[in-house]
Design a protein around this ligand. Structure first.
Ligand code: DMJ
Length: 650
């Protein structure tokens, strides 16, 4: 805007008192003319200076309010170039290969871009309005406003300090039941548990030695490993390991991890992250660390991170984006996902953490976001009662009809059940959705091989692919955990289903040379529970089979589950342990190890924790008082008789 057009505004606001001229229309201008340009008085000079500084500020403001040109360009010019290479093999979900097309993804990205243009325009208009208002004020008024703003900031800072965090209500911490347990009474079991603790120490010490503060460890090359799932948020292994260190009573290590979190865990970074991975590992890890230890820093960081994730829900349906830039708040979906869709296992695996974020922050917004996901899902027709893995966040319609209880689908089902359990069995909607889904899974996906092994196949538009992923093996534990509430007297049936899945998954381990399970195994072409494709023969230290052993042990006390767990310990020690930590294996059917050189953070948060619990007494993190998020981070059950006052007392 030209400076001249601002002058009349200014002249009428300053008034006669300021300029010493006659009152009346145009007095300010008249006064300036009479004095002549070379003879400005001090007040006039000050006023002119003010006008020009406002003008310069506006020009700079306009530059900053302009949208990020690279984003605009990619939205406008690169519609058909939205295909990007898929992210490298993930810690969590397996990623589907890139698909041709990519138009819907670009459209989705463009939708996000249109939203942000709107925001930018609104910001710009607001800034102009504010600048105009400021120009109409007397210098004394401006000085007073600045003073008041300063005081308010100081007051807010004082208030935050007293409350213990940014806007967090004060909260009396009481440690929930079972944060610590007894020593196992049987010396042989104690010895095994000690061995597992020693494994944790080996994994932790090497991470500390070679990759401290980075996300993961490369145990062969002895350096840090970074995955793009966390953008440039750092310290995934530290946050993922906190609660395992706590329950194993590795106090020194827990203390150093806490200090790192206090000093270094930083979410004010320009990073595009996976909402799902950051939620299950970082938010989940911080929440558990808080509930176990009562250290405020974990509550504060969890809520801070939760707030950073909220813009992911800014889609037409409220189904969140898979990827989010936590600085700009711009989201998008994986370029390979069918029709620009969000992924069931990703947006369906936020519920437990977000309910706890609301509980700990007093801010209902987190719970509202995840309850809305339920609402959207409940409005949709489900093919044969099944949930496809892809849902478009803009149209609210399913993408490709691919159903899986393994990658892309898995933890959505887990969270329905656990939402019900975590609310002390009051979340009836979650309960119904879970048991209805299991019914459909049993009818359409669960099959028995000719050799008598029960498996869960994948469903593609009505056709079955007789393949089961390592990830799917978690379902044995889930069926057993949900057995108690199963409708129509089917408790025994659900426990049996869990036991059968556990047996099948054990077979998938037992039929390899290394006694460690492949990423996926098949029941066709004359094989049962064996991987037939080279790219499905790897093992990346995943926990799901051991997770199922742990649930089956707790719920049946059948000693075979501890025996199978111990077989896994021996195999891990023999094939995955190296000087610099633990590594995944490229081919579990080979007699010689080819290491992948990654110590996944979930090895410390899940695999070792479930093993430790398998050899602990049932009083450590008992199921009546805790549920595990999908990364094995324990969250307390919100007991109804406590109201929303407090958690259980010891
Ligand atoms: C973990 O990150 C979580 O368990 C997730 O739900 C899927 N799988 C990986 C470990 O295999």
């Amino acid at each position: 805007m030209p400076a001249a057009s601002l002058l009349p505004l200014f002249g009428s606001a300053v008034g006669p008192g300021a300029l010493g001229g006659p009152a009346g229309g145009g007095a300010g201008g008249g006064g300036r003319k009479a004095a002549g340009p070379g003879a400005f008085r001090l007040t006039e000079k000050f006023v002119l200076l003010l006008v020009f500084s406002a003008f310069i500020t506006l020009c700079f403001g306009a530059i900053f309010f302009l949208p990020d040109s690279s984003k605009l360009l990619s939205g406008v010019f690169f519609h058909s170039a939205a295909l990007q290479p898929p992210p490298p093999p993930p810690g969590g979900q397996p990623r589907a290969p890139p698909q041709p097309g990519g138009g819907p993804v670009a459209a989705a990205a463009a939708a996000g871009g249109a939203g942000s243009l709107e925001r930018i325009r609104a910001d710009h208009e607001r800034a102009l309005r504010e600048a105009k208002e400021t120009l109409q004020k007397l210098p004394e008024e401006i000085r007073r406003d600045i003073r008041q703003d300063k005081e308010k900031l100081l007051q807010d800072a004082r208030g935050r300090k007293e409350a213990g965090g940014p806007g967090l209500p004060q909260r009396l911490f009481r440690q929930p039941v079972g944060a610590v347990g007894q020593e196992p009474s049987d010396p042989a079991v104690r010895q095994k548990r000690d061995k597992i603790k020693e494994m944790m120490k080996h994994a932790w010490d090497n991470y500390k030695r070679y990759a401290w503060g980075l996300n993961e460890l490369k145990p062969i090359s002895k350096q840090g490993h970074s995955s793009n799932l966390f953008g440039n948020i750092q310290g995934a292994t530290i946050v993922d390991a906190l609660d395992t260190l706590y329950i194993m009573e590795m106090k020194e290590e827990f203390k150093e991890a806490k200090e790192w979190v206090e000093k270094n865990l930083d979410f004010n970074v320009n990073a595009e992250i996976s909402v799902f991975e950051v939620n299950i590992r970082f938010v989940g890890g911080l929440l558990s660390a808080y509930y176990l230890s009562g250290e405020e820093v974990f509550r504060k960081k969890a809520v801070e991170l939760g707030e950073k994730l909220l813009p992911a829900f800014n889609t037409p349906t409220g189904i969140p984006w898979a990827l989010l830039n936590i600085k700009s708040g711009i989201g998008r979906n994986w370029p390979w996902a069918s029709g620009g869709s969000s992924i069931l296992a990703e947006f369906g695996t936020l519920h437990l953490e977000f309910v706890h974020l609301s509980h700990l922050s007093g801010n209902p917004v987190f719970a509202e976001k995840v309850m809305n996901i339920r609402k959207v899902l409940n409005r949709l027709d489900k093919p044969e009662g099944l949930y496809p893995n892809y849902l478009n966040p803009s149209s609210g319609q399913w993408g490709q009809h691919h159903v899986s209880i393994g990658g892309l689908g898995d933890s959505f089902y887990e969270y329905l059940l656990k939402a019900w359990l975590m609310t002390d069995k009051t979340d009836e909607e979650g309960k119904k959705m879970y048991y209805d889904a299991v019914q459909a899974i049993e009818t359409h996906l669960i099959r028995k091989s000719s050799g008598g092994l029960t498996y869960i196949a994948e469903w593609k538009g009505g056709l079955l692919e007789h393949k089961m992923g390592h990830l799917t093996c978690f379902a044995g534990g889930m069926f057993a955990l949900g057995a108690d509430g199963a409708p129509n007297d089917r408790t025994g049936h659900h426990i049996e289903l869990g036991a059968e899945i556990a047996r099948t998954c054990h077979e998938s381990y037992d039929r390899t040379s290394m006694k460690l399970g492949p990423e996926a195994f098949r029941f066709d072409g004359g094989v049962e529970a064996i991987a037939t494709r080279q790219n499905e023969k790897y093992y990346i230290l995943r926990p799901e089979v051991i997770e199922t052993y742990m649930y089956m042990w707790r719920l049946t006390h059948d000693p075979k589950y501890r025996q199978w767990g111990w077989e896994a310990v021996e195999a891990l020690e023999k094939h995955c342990r190296v000087d610099g930590g633990y590594s995944g294996i490229r081919d579990v059917y080979n007699n010689h190890e080819s290491h992948d050189d990654v110590q996944q953070s979930f090895f410390l948060s899940e695999t070792l924790k479930y093993l430790y619990l398998l050899f602990s007494e049932d009083d450590l993190l008992p199921f009546e008082h805790w549920v595990f998020n999908t990364e094995a981070h324990p969250l307390p059950v919100l007991h109804k008789d406590d109201g929303n006052k407090e958690d259980d007392q010891k």
